[in-house]
Design a protein around this ligand. Sequence first.
Ligand SMILES: [Zn+2]
Length: 241
Amino acid sequence: MIEPLDVLAVMAHPDDAEILCGGALIKSAKAGERTGVLDLTAGEAGSSGTIATRAREAECAAGVMGLADRRCAGLEDSGLTNDRESRLVVAGLIRALRPRVVVTHWTEGRHPDHREAARLARDASFLAGLLKLPVAGAPHRPEKLVYALSFLENPVKPTFVVDITGEMDRKIDALSCYDSQFQGKTGMGEVFPGGDRPLFEQIRNVHGSYGALIRCGYAEPYWTKETVEAPTLGTLSVRSF
Ligand SMILES: [Zn+2]
């Protein structure tokens, strides 16, 4: 059994974790937290890059982000479904990795796999804790589920943002591993083009805008069903004026 993870990103395709929560994963790893990525599919339906190329790229990015673990659930790309069979596969992997926090896609999105991934991650996280679930491994239920909000066309107000000013360059380094996907692009997946701005510049712009919400350089936005706790009123941060 491996040492439990602090944070696990459960995302539809290789490169989704980097785009949506790469900065926060890098920051967690720097802080000594054990981080991991579970790619639900190998991205085999993507228009460019073979499975082998994409696996190599994902491994390269895992190294750049300092992940303790990265694996692929092997579910069907462009056919991701929150059915019982898929939930059992993901629940088994959650039992193996034992994350405290799970990060996944927002529940709406352009790619159907992203929407399904959000529901699959939530349901599998719950089921993994059931004693009698017919899946190998000891029951384990993550304590917290967090949705990554970056690049939504219909933006949702974040519950919180993570300051990734110090991690922005390395996030771009991780994305640079995905040569087969991003070379020469201005938009990709949920990242809509900003005119003819190069893709990485467009990604920086979006994180810059979220950074301004907490008066920092760059940030990644997240949402939770639960209310976020403040220790006292006197320690509240982010200026109102
Ligand atoms: Zn994707």
